[in-house]
Design a protein around this ligand. Structure first.
Ligand SMILES: Cc1cc2nc3c(=O)[nH]c(=O)nc-3n(C[C@H](O)[C@H](O)[C@H](O)COP(=O)(O)OP(=O)(O)OC[C@H]3O[C@@H](n4cnc5c(N)ncnc54)[C@H](O)[C@@H]3O)c2cc1C
Length: 346
């Protein structure tokens, strides 16, 4: 990127979790930008998210991809965001994974030495996972919106990229203003409506969760047993989550409600009141890696594809996006859209 272009602001499209985290990263680095976001009635993933971060994944309790880089960055990043926004959002909390059954217990214990890592603490009934917790995503988005409004750097508008943007070789015009680059952070909407990046390897997955009130579960930890039970305080919990690849409507479904009630049963929770259901579409990808980087020929970029791990992936990759923008270093090759440059015509 040419240094002279850095005097123009950047345009960010979408204030979901991804756009919000990238915006704060630019704000902290004093990079000028304007953000546009559709009205809240627009369907998002972020407002439905459980917000959990967890350094361990899968039945074999493996460390999640890039765990040292991601989790080393995550804690100070969200702590500093709480200071900027003057609110409490980030809730580190242990996560407990009970053994699914006796067979699984024996299988894991026989391989304990090979499987063990620094995040695991083994017990008779299951495994505790450290450095886990949850982010209050809804509050993050609400407080951030007020923060950006107070700085007059956010507008409510649905952008149609083909009509609203005039793309030149080295800048983009929108509503009479020139921008150095447009960064699309539209979540799964990109697949349907983005003429520049919609052909990338999106594999959106609808998810639903249920908020309940109950006196039965512990409020001290997140329970993770083929689903999760997340304590929010005041005896309220989130139960999640479902996965579907054949329905992208914004309606909560009866099948998901039944599925989540069944999960509660397996968690041993019998007495509870259902408060509400929420639904969203995760911007997942076929290779389970994010879509971060720059269009090969035009001053356009993307910050998307965070799937079911937006909370832990987006802060680190926002920093990576900024580093490449500043010409310092390239984005991790597994996450960079350089892996799809052969799909862009010249
Ligand atoms: C049920 C469920 C549970 C989940 N649980 C977790 C969890 O525990 N932990 C975790 O890390 N992740 C979780 N996720 C995933 C998480 O929600 C996503 O990784 C993350 O929220 C994606 O954020 P995003 O900003 O990319 O997309 P979105 O949240 O979809 O945001 C996209 C934004 O772009 C805007 N937009 C789109 N098109 C336009 C346009 N043309 N013009 C203007 N604005 C536009 C939309 O209005 C929206 O504000 C969960 C998801 C679901 C559905």
């Amino acid at each position: 990127m040419l240094e002279s272009k850095h005097s123009l602001p950047i345009l960010l499209v979408g204030q979901g979790l991804a756009g919000t985290i990238l915006a704060h990263t630019l704000d902290q680095a004093s990079v000028p930008f304007l953000m546009v976001d559709a009205p809240k009635t627009f369907f998002t993933s972020s407002y439905a998210a459980g917000g959990i971060f967890n350094p361990v994944t899968g039945r074999k309790l493996e460390k999640t991809w890039l765990v040292e880089e991601l989790f080393g960055y995550l804690f100070p990043f969200y702590a500093s965001l709480e200071k900027t926004l003057d609110c409490s959002l980030f809730h580190p909390m242990p996560l407990f994974r009970p053994y699914a059954n006796e067979e699984m217990k024996s299988w894991l214990l026989e391989r304990k030495e090979a499987i063990h890592n620094e995040y695991l603490c083994w017990e008779d009934k299951g495994v505790w996972i450290e450095k886990a917790g949850w982010l209050d995503v809804e509050s993050l988005l609400t407080y951030s919106k007020s923060y950006f409004q107070s700085k007059k750097i956010i507008k409510e508008i649905v952008i149609n990229p083909s009509i609203d943007l005039t793309v030149f070789d080295d800048e983009v015009h929108f509503q009479g203003q020139a921008y150095a680059c447009v960064v699309f952070c539209e979540g799964y909407h990109a697949q349907q409506h983005n003429p520049f990046f919609g052909h990338l390897n999106f594999l959106p997955a609808k998810g639903e969760l249920m908020k309940i009130r109950s006196q039965e579960p512990s409020s001290d930890y997140i329970l993770n047993k083929n689903g999760f039970l997340l304590p929010l305080g005041n005896h309220e919990f989130k139960v999640g989550a479902t996965y579907r690849w054949d329905d992208f409507s914004n309606q909560a479904s009866t099948s998901a409600q039944l599925d989540l009630r069944a999960k509660l049963k397996t968690f041993g929770i019998n007495e509870y009141q259902e408060i509400e259901m929420s639904a969203g579409v995760r911007p997942a990808t076929q290779d389970r890696r994010p879509l971060v980087g720059f269009h090969p020929h035009l001053p356009l970029a993307i910050f998307n594809g965070f799937g079911s791990k937006g909370v832990s992936l987006s802060p680190y990759f926002a920093q990576q996006w900024l580093s490449e923008w500043k010409g310092e270093r390239q984005i991790n090759s597994e996450a960079s859209i350089r892996r799809f440059y052969h799909l862009f015509s010249t």
